[in-house]
Ligand binder design. Structure first.
Ligand SMILES: CC(C)(COP(=O)(O)OP(=O)(O)OC[C@H]1O[C@@H](n2cnc3c(N)ncnc32)[C@H](O)[C@@H]1OP(=O)(O)O)[C@@H](O)C(=O)NCCC(=O)NCCS
Length: 155
């Protein structure tokens, strides 16, 4: 029996915020449980977004994926990956693939014909994972950022 057989994928809930925020830290985006819960609430109310967790028996969450649809003038609706992370102790067991396929099937049923993934150039392992699962490197972009908070010293 493959270990992934014990994994179930289900929509993430606000009660999962603690485990989800611990995984966000592994992705390199530390967030408090309170902020995570607030964002999960907003995402949960938005039909253009979906958020799933991969769970082992006894409610242990070992990964999450966020996918959303973007409406554009210059192209049909695109699905974009907002984030994907698997607990480092549970990688290379097929769980990332399960969550990515779940995101793709949500995108298909929500009239998106393409999935776009943006991944930092330093995440070489993740790039191999996406290519293995049928994604092709399309273009390289610069990312610009401007803080919109009142205190412009904060970025
Ligand atoms: C990238 C990540 C999501 C992959 O999840 P995972 O559960 O480890 O991957 P899986 O076990 O589902 O891999 C699926 C397939 O891709 C292949 N694969 C995974 N990583 C690979 C790599 N670095 N090189 C080549 N193939 C790879 C696996 O061999 C597997 O193939 P198989 O199903 O035929 O055995 C996970 O490693 C992770 O969370 N990394 C840190 C965070 C991150 O970089 N997230 C992406 C941000 S854009």
């Amino acid at each position: 029996l493959k270990r992934e057989a014990k994994v179930t994928v289900r929509p993430g809930k606000r009660e999962d915020a603690g485990q989800i925020s611990a995984l966000s830290r592994q992705l390199g985006y530390p967030s408090s449980i309170k902020d995570t819960r607030k964002r999960l609430d907003r995402i949960g109310r938005d039909r253009e977004h979906a958020f799933y967790v991969a769970e082992l028996p006894e409610e242990k969450i070992v990964g999450w994926v966020h996918v959303y649809a973007s409406k554009l003038v210059v192209a049909d609706s695109l699905a974009q990956l907002g984030g994907l992370v698997i607990d480092q102790r549970f990688r290379s067991m097929g769980i990332g693939r399960m969550l990515l396929e779940k995101a793709e099937s949500w995108a298909r049923t929500n009239q998106c014909s393409v999935m776009i993934v943006r991944s930092n150039v330093v995440r070489e392992d993740a790039h191999d994972f996406y290519e293995y699962l049928g994604y092709r490197h399309m273009k390289t972009q610069h990312t610009f950022r401007k803080s919109l908070s009142a205190d412009s010293a904060q970025t």
